[in-house]
Design a protein around this ligand. Structure first.
Ligand code: ATP
Length: 681
């Protein structure tokens, strides 16, 4: 049996088989991961630890994985910690007997509350020894904090955090932290540090969720082989296990369901027992941007494809189980809501439950299904609907709807559901079928109810002038353009959570050079001038680097905002100001480039740009252009214009710095090509 460090010695002599996983053991692994940036080494640490959990305490595998991915539950459960910096500082102060002023000063100097907590802890004399923390105990403690609601909830959250922090590091307490410089992020496996970072939603380990998934597959394959007495699994076997887990997870993104199934049935049987099902939303398939119809024709040459209208509303995944089928879907009972017609729910592209936003849609659901439909998962777009003129309204109308606790009878902005895909029907996932077959099933199982439920308009053609006509018609019908999709062949299956080349979006207003708009995170703001002094007049935006998990600045923006919008943004952003940039913000340090205020990374905005350039003032994708541009120049947007807020996207879902680099390279390639042709205007 391999031990964690491969030294032959057991690194956790206190962790006996069958006993809860010590939280200290997980933190040791975290700190080993923290010391490297090499993905394969991170993967190895992670999978060795999970294997140890499988061997000694398999019942804790789920909570271990959840603490590794910094999530207490699957996205659809809607569990958010919702804890700001000030609450954490208060808790650290109160649990360690240090004043808030001292904690703030430390935070100002160190810039990582996790390290501040670790430092506070190591200064604390040990009066008594609380029971050591366990992985499950920390998970449950954090979950209890997340679930606190209502009157006095802040105080209750603080007391929950204090409880965890007081018990943190009890095994090592009193031993001091000799020889370690905590401010250099080498504080060792401090439990307080990782609890605080979890609360902040950033473990800062460079440990991507995908890596944990692969590590889990490897750990299980190795463990299952060891149990059978086989020798170490081959690379092929590991790859097979990985592929199984990836596919299953993409169709059923819920460790709560998958991990117990692995423990009961084994990884190699997983596909038979864990299938896409109503009640567990999957991440939607996404499209690649294109610049022109000719690019579409190049990509889909000689293949059958279809051009659907691209409706401008909100993605909606609708799940349904008829009353008589409920017993077949035990998971659906807790995630779908019951109404007269069975169980149903609407999920956003982030798997957030939107049922309370759209009760009017759910109330009508039974009118669109045909008689023999027992269960389904639909992929749709909800769009604001003009009931007088019977047509689609612009996206802005939809945004005026309340997000929560909507009463069907109070709804002013009516919505129509435009269905474009069917992922599950009557007990069977349909994602592996071709789009042509899925569309046929969709039309067989549902019926149009004008203004309430309609099928996405489409035309199957590969003639360029017909596509152009469809594009023009879609725009006349208040749509954003076309979604062009592969229709037959294996390539036309539904690929959950993938941005696939088999779906291409063609938007009406693409600017030359840059194919798509960008979704960027607001990091800072500048006070306005003249009429705008009481609000922010311009903002600092950033793209997201998925490898380093940093936000890298990309532009200042002050165009595209109405006065009313600026007021609204001021109200929304003021409460999330912070007194200095987060350490994971990558920005210019030149004093004149600094914004007047910094924000927590929370809001995502869609922005258009005329083109891209390289500038020392911004840092987006700077590491990709080091050799070419000299140190420190990032991609920046020229003439950026605000389009809309993207409340349906989380900061981690912002446009990636890799995509930004790709856009820049593409633009440069086109420019070169044009220059080669003797210049085109
Ligand atoms: P993405 O979803 O690709 O990250 P985005 O959120 O900025 O990008 P768009 O570029 O506007 O969205 O286009 C994709 C979105 O278009 C889908 O997520 C979906 O909500 C919407 N949509 C509208 N009509 C369709 C359709 N017929 N097929 C697929 N998606 C559609």
């Amino acid at each position: 049996q391999a031990t964690l460090k491969g030294t032959g010695a057991d690194p956790y002599p206190d962790w006996k088989a069958g006993e809860p996983v010590p939280y200290a053991a997980l933190c040791t692994t975290f700190s080993l991961i923290e010391m490297t940036t090499k993905r394969l080494i991170i993967l190895a640490h992670c999978s060795l630890f999970l294997r140890q959990v499988l061997r000694l305490t398999p019942g804790d595998l789920l909570s271990t994985v959840q603490l590794m991915i910094n999530k207490l539950a699957a996205d659809y459960a809607g569990i958010e910690l919702g804890i700001g910096e000030s609450l954490i500082m208060k808790s650290i102060g109160e649990s360690t007997g240090r004043s808030l002023a001292v904690i703030k000063a430390d935070q100002h100097e160190i810039g990582d509350l996790g390290l501040v907590a670790a430092k506070s802890r190591s200064n604390q004399p040990t009066m008594f020894k609380p029971k050591p923390l366990t992985v499950r105990g920390v998970h449950d403690g954090l979950l209890a904090i997340a679930k606190v609601q209502g009157h006095g909830s802040q105080d209750k959250k603080v007391s929950g955090i204090k409880k965890l922090l007081s018990a943190a590091d009890s095994a090592t307490a009193g031993k001091g932290s000799k020889g370690v410089d905590i401010t250099q992020n080498k504080g060792g496996p401090s439990e307080a540090k990782f609890i605080v970072r979890f609360l902040e939603g950033k473990l800062r380990l460079g440990l991507a969720e995908k890596t944990v998934l692969v590590a889990l597959a490897q750990a299980v394959v190795a463990h299952e082989a060891a149990v059978k007495g086989d020798k170490a699994p081959s690379a092929e076997k590991l790859a097979e296990g990985e592929a199984i887990l990836k596919t299953v997870y993409s169709e059923l993104p819920s460790y709560e369901v998958i991990i117990p199934a692995i423990l009961e049935h084994g990884l190699f049987n997983l596909r038979n027992v864990c299938k896409l099902q109503p009640g567990i939303p999957l991440k939607p398939m996404l499209a690649k941007p294109t610049k022109s119809i000719t690019e579409v024709l190049d990509r889909f040459e000689n293949k059958e494809f279809t051009c659907e209208y691209k409706y401008d509303g909100e993605r909606a995944q609708i799940h349904y189980v008829a009353p008589e089928s409920i017993s077949q879907y035990p998971n659906a009972a807790s995630t779908l809501q019951r109404d007269g017609a069975g169980l149903c729910a609407i999920f956003s592209r982030n798997s957030e439950d939107l049922s309370k936003k759209y009760p009017d849609i759910l109330a009508k659901l039974s009118t669109w299904i045909k008689k023999d439909v027992q269960s389904f998962v639909l992929d749709c777009e909800t769009v604001a609907w003009d009931t007088v003129n019977k047509k689609v309204l612009p996206f802005q109308q939809l945004m005026t709807r309340k997000r929560k606790d909507v009463k069907a009878e109070d709804v002013k902005v009516k919505v129509c559901v435009f269905a474009f895909d069917l992922l599950f029907l009557n007990g069977e996932p349909t994602v592996k079928k071709s789009l042509r077959q899925r569309r046929e099933l969709l039309h067989q199982a549902f019926q149009t109810v004008e203004g309430e439920f309609q099928f996405a308009q489409y035309g199957n053609t590969n003639a360029i002038d017909e596509i152009q006509t469809l594009l023009d018609d879609s725009v006349k019908a208040s749509c954003e353009g076309l979604m062009v999709k592969m229709l037959d062949t294996d390539e036309s299956g539904y690929e959950p959570s993938k941005r696939s080349r088999n779906w291409l979006k063609v938007k009406k207003d693409y600017l030359a050079g840059v194919g798509d708009s960008l979704d960027l995170v607001v990091l800072g703001a500048y006070y306005g001038r003249g009429k705008r002094t009481s609000v922010y007049g311009a903002f600092l935006l950033a793209a997201y680097n998925t490898s380093t998990q940093n936000y890298e600045t990309i532009c200042n923006i002050g165009t595209g905002f109405s006065e009313a919008m600026l007021e609204e943004l001021h109200k929304e952003l003021s409460p999330i100001t912070i007194d200095r940039p987060k350490p994971f913000y990558s920005h210019s340090t030149v004093p004149k480039d600094q914004p007047d205020v910094w924000f927590e990374p929370r809001f995502v905005w869609e922005v258009k740009t005329a083109d891209l350039t390289l500038s020392p003032r911004y840092k987006a994708a700077a590491d990709e252009f080091v050799g070419i541009t000299g140190e420190g120049k990032g991609v920046s947007l020229r003439f950026p214009r605000f389009i809309k807020k993207r409340d349906d996207k989380k900061p981690e879902e912002a446009t990636t710095t890799r995509a930004v680099a790709e856009m820049y390279r593409k633009q440069e390639a086109v420019a070169k090509e044009n220059a080669g042709k003797g210049g085109v205007d």
